[in-house]
Design a binder for this molecule. Structure first.
Ligand code: GUN
Length: 293
């Protein structure tokens, strides 16, 4: 059994990006510039955005954090997005989700210039990726594809089961796994809250991508010997033994499942670090796509 080390892989990729950026800068070109918009003070979002800003530093990127209180109006937010769309010195930007209830998330995503949508959430990017055209891939599925590639996990002709159908992870994950590419070429089944026989379907899987947000959902009896298990879950569960009072729990019962599989991602240190890495890859690409700005 091989533990897929996302932290190490992410660190290697960031070093590769930093070397490329150093070369760009030595040629007299401007370093990539990522902006992040953070609304409110949600603990998880604060951490994610802080980590994104830190990763920019590691890659040699410029970064700007734009903060709004959670009372911000949708119009104010859209005005800021318009400003970033028009700013030639901003290569890409993200609006950290979730947003407060009074703001229409889809309206916000629609207002982002697709050429700066480094989250890959705009329908133009979703559509381009879906038909196999170049476009920004959403961070988590793209990070998982990098892990499958770099660890040499055989995907061609394999049965991949994706647990969860979110726009951010489940749906794009299924799209990428079924694509005629390597990694890819899987037969894909997507399971969700209305799927009656998830256990039986999982038992037929060569690859399981668990993205339900239900700690310990994938148990040992659901896993075929030799399967590859990718755990996207990052639920904060109370833990009195930790100083901060919680720990991160994945969707997989790791202790019992690990012995049975050929590859497995731990939580933390598996998919999580790769997600930010994908954002860095997209930002570098956004910078390269328009050499004139
Ligand atoms: N919230 C959870 N994941 C993400 C992500 O990848 N991008 C943004 N913008 N918000 C998120």
């Amino acid at each position: 059994m091989t533990i897929i080390d996302g932290k190490k892989t992410a660190s290697e990729i960031k070093q590769e990006i930093a070397a490329e950026v150093a070369e760009m800068v030595s040629r007299g070109e401007r370093a990539p510039h990522l902006c992040a918009i953070l609304v409110g003070h949600d603990g998880g979002s604060e951490t994610y955005v802080a980590n994104k800003v830190k990763a920019c530093g590691e890659c040699g990127f410029r970064s700007t954090l734009v903060r709004f209180e959670d009372t911000v109006s949708q119009d104010e937010l859209l005005a800021k997005i318009k400003e970033l769309n028009e700013d030639p010195e901003v290569d890409g930007f993200i609006v950290q989700l979730p947003l407060p209830k009074h703001i229409d998330e889809q309206a916000v995503i629609h207002s982002i210039d697709p050429s700066k949508d480094v989250d890959g959430f705009h329908p133009i990017n979703v559509g381009r990726v879906s038909v196999g055209l170049p476009g920004f891939l959403p961070a988590t599925p793209a990070g998982i594809m990098q892990l499958l590639k770099r660890y040499g996990v055989e995907t061609r002709g394999k049965h991949a089961v994706v647990l969860g159908r979110s726009n951010i992870v489940g749906k794009p994950m299924a799209t990428l796994l079924m694509q005629k590419a390597n990694p890819g070429n899987c037969t894909v089944t997507v399971c969700h809250s209305a799927t009656p026989n998830i256990k039986e379907i999982c038992r037929q899987a060569d690859i399981i991508v668990a993205a339900l947000g239900q700690p310990g959902f994938v148990t040992e009896d659901m896993v075929k010997p030799g399967a590859t298990i990718i755990d996207v879950g990052t639920t904060r569960v109370p833990d009195a033994t930790r100083q901060r009072g919680w720990r991160l729990s994945g969707d997989v019962d790791y202790a019992n499942v690990a012995e049975k599989c050929s590859f497995i991602t731990p939580v933390p240190g598996g998919v999580g670090p790769m997600t930010i890495c994908s954002l860095m890859i997209n930002t570098l690409q956004a910078r390269k796509n328009n050499p004139y700005r």
